[in-house]
Write a protein that binds this ligand. Structure first.
Ligand code: ZN
Length: 221
């Protein structure tokens, strides 16, 4: 992993500056990758997740405005590894952070006109699902997700289930397991899948039979 330039942009809500690291090389040679039952892969030791928690949309830590990235005003480009020590360094009023959306943020964003495109809807569905799994990763008994979150995920699972591809059917089954509908999860897993999907299928099925809702590890390599 070789860091690239740090780019700083203006929040659309409060005009605070937020900075993002880029990577010159994402080579993971020698690093350990963990693949989870919800399809997420994580590189050990660094905060790199695929799919990323907020690849296209985030929420400002200062003003709380949820915003899509892509056409933000860039105010600075800093050498690799550098971060501004004050807002004056990047000619902004303040430094802010763009944080990932919670499930509830995702549901709120889905209701807005800015989520009209199919691509944005898919991103938000994924983030809502990921947010639920992140919440359940916290120590203690998993909290019951709020009904709007469960409703969105159940509908998404139904859509993925009719899609027909192995990956989407496993996604549909995993969503059902994550929201606690183990019977529906196991029913979706009855159809045979291609060899490359069997490890994940088995991990989801075993966890459903145990009545486990949290994401589980499929493999490490
Ligand atoms: Zn802001």
């Amino acid at each position: 992993m070789i860091p690239g330039f740090t780019y700083c942009y203006l929040c659309k809500g409060c005009k605070g500056a937020y900075c993002e690291n880029s990577w010159l090389s994402m080579s993971s040679f020698g690093d350990c990758i963990t693949v989870f039952s919800d399809g997420e892969a994580r590189l050990e030791g660094v905060d790199v997740r695929y799919p990323r928690a907020s690849p296209d949309v985030g929420k400002c830590s200062h003003c709380g405005v949820i915003q899509w990235f892509g056409n933000h005003v860039r105010v600075a480009c800093l050498p690799p590894g550098e971060t501004p020590s004050s807002a004056a360094d990047v000619n902004a009023e303040r430094l802010v952070e763009m944080v990932g959306l919670t499930c509830e943020d995702g549901v709120a964003a889905l209701r807005k006109a800015s989520a009209r495109s199919g691509r944005r809807q898919r991103i938000l569905h994924r983030l809502i699902w990921q947010g639920l799994c992140d919440q359940m990763d916290l120590p203690g008994e998993p909290s019951v997700p709020a009904e709007p979150v469960v409703g969105v995920l159940r509908a998404q699972s139904d859509r993925l289930a009719v899609d027909g591809s192995d990956e989407h059917r496993l996604d549909a089954a995993e969503i059902m397991r994550n929201i606690g509908n183990f019977a529906r999860c196991l029913a979706l897993l009855k159809t045979e899948v291609a060899e490359g999907h069997r490890l994940r299928r088995d991990a989801i099925r075993d966890a459903a039979r145990r009545g486990e809702q949290r994401r589980v590890v499929v493999m490490r390599f």
